[in-house]
Design a protein around this ligand. Structure first.
Ligand code: GRG
Length: 301
């Protein structure tokens, strides 16, 4: 078993899943027609605009470990990406982060208007659960219910929404490393963990393998967020497709502001290595997940 694959093997694999999930999303998102066409157009505009598609990659790779059909894993990957995209649309709104650029394009409220952006986010969130509830996603209704429970818990007040609330409620609070870790685990980590665990749910995996994927994605999510904080400090708008340097300008507590750049980098590398170790009970078939842990810390966007 390789300790990790070279980026040469990982990048085409990510690109393949990204292309396939975009095809699936294009099929699942309704066409922009009828008197409600504006919200449908905004949903398609923002969802089909690119992005790294890391969460879909996690769903598909973890599902592949259990021999799940690609149609099932792609539908779940599309549902998770709908939730992720909704969170970005709402996060960009003037009442939250007030950003004009996302994935290199004007944000939804800039291209359309605020009401359309709120509605497009709402509709993407609810579409995700419609996708999971459909029989095409998995023949076993218990598996579909488990997927709905997992995604709703991760996206809701105990996960992403709760993390966003803590972030918005006290942006200048004196966060320490424990509180910032909890905030980020909820805001960003919960959906990343959900993506890896969804493969285990689809594959009706035993508790040991499901827990291993949960532990892997917990560390991966934190490493991802530290890398994001470093990119906000060091990256460029052209690389990131969004404004950078906002955290420092707003005096926001981040892993970088608390640990400093060097310790943050060391911590991200350590978490990536720890994430790989959680995959020890899988064989070479988990090599792409191992390689992903290096990728999330070395990425430039
Ligand atoms: C509005 C309920 C609600 C939640 C928003 C996720 C989130 C919570 C806000 C995003 C703010 C942000 C930039 C967080 C940093 C980590 C992150 C989620 C980055 C964006 O994810 P990527 O890098 O984006 O996977 P792409 O565009 O590649 O899909």
């Amino acid at each position: 078993m390789n300790d990790s694959l070279s980026p040469c093997s990982l990048k085409p694999a990510i690109a393949e899943v990204a292309a396939a999930v975009e095809k699936m999303l294009s099929h699942l998102l309704p066409q922009a027609e009828g008197p409600e066409h504006r919200v449908l157009e905004a949903m398609r505009y923002t969802t089909l605009a690119g992005g790294k598609r890391l969460r879909p990659f996690l769903v598909v790779q973890s599902a592949d470990l259990f021999g799940v059909s690609r149609i099932s894993s792609m539908r779940v990957a599309a549902a998770v990406e709908c939730v992720h995209t909704y969170s970005l649309v709402h996060d960009d709104l003037p009442c939250m982060d007030d950003d004009a650029l996302r994935r290199g394009n004007p944000t939804v409220h800039v291209k359309y208007d605020e009401a359309t952006a709120v509605l497009a986010g709402d509709a993407l969130l609810t579409l995700a659960f419609e996708i999971l509830a459909a029989a095409e996603t998995h023949p076993d209704p218990k598996v579909r219910c488990a997927l709905i429970a997992l995604l709703s818990r991760s996206a809701g007040v105990h996960g992403m929404v709760g993390g966003q609330m803590i972030d918005m409620a006290a942006p200048d609070a004196e966060h320490d490393i424990q509180s910032i870790t909890r905030l980020q685990q909820m805001k960003t980590g919960a959906l990343i963990s959900c993506s890896a665990e969804a493969g285990a749910v689809l594959g009706r995996a035993g508790a040991d393998k499901r827990l291993a994927l949960r532990a892997y994605s917990h560390d991966l999510g934190l490493a991802f967020q530290i890398a994001d904080d470093l990119l906000d400090a060091d990256g460029t708008q052209a690389e990131m497709g969004k404004a950078v340097g906002k955290d420092a300008a707003l005096g926001k507590a981040t892993f970088v502001s608390i640990l400093g750049k060097e310790r943050a980098r060391t911590q991200a590398t350590m978490l990536a290595s720890q994430a790989r170790q959680h995959l020890d009970l899988f064989g070479a078939e988990a090599d792409l997940l191992r390689a992903l842990s290096d990728f999330v810390v070395s990425r430039r966007n």
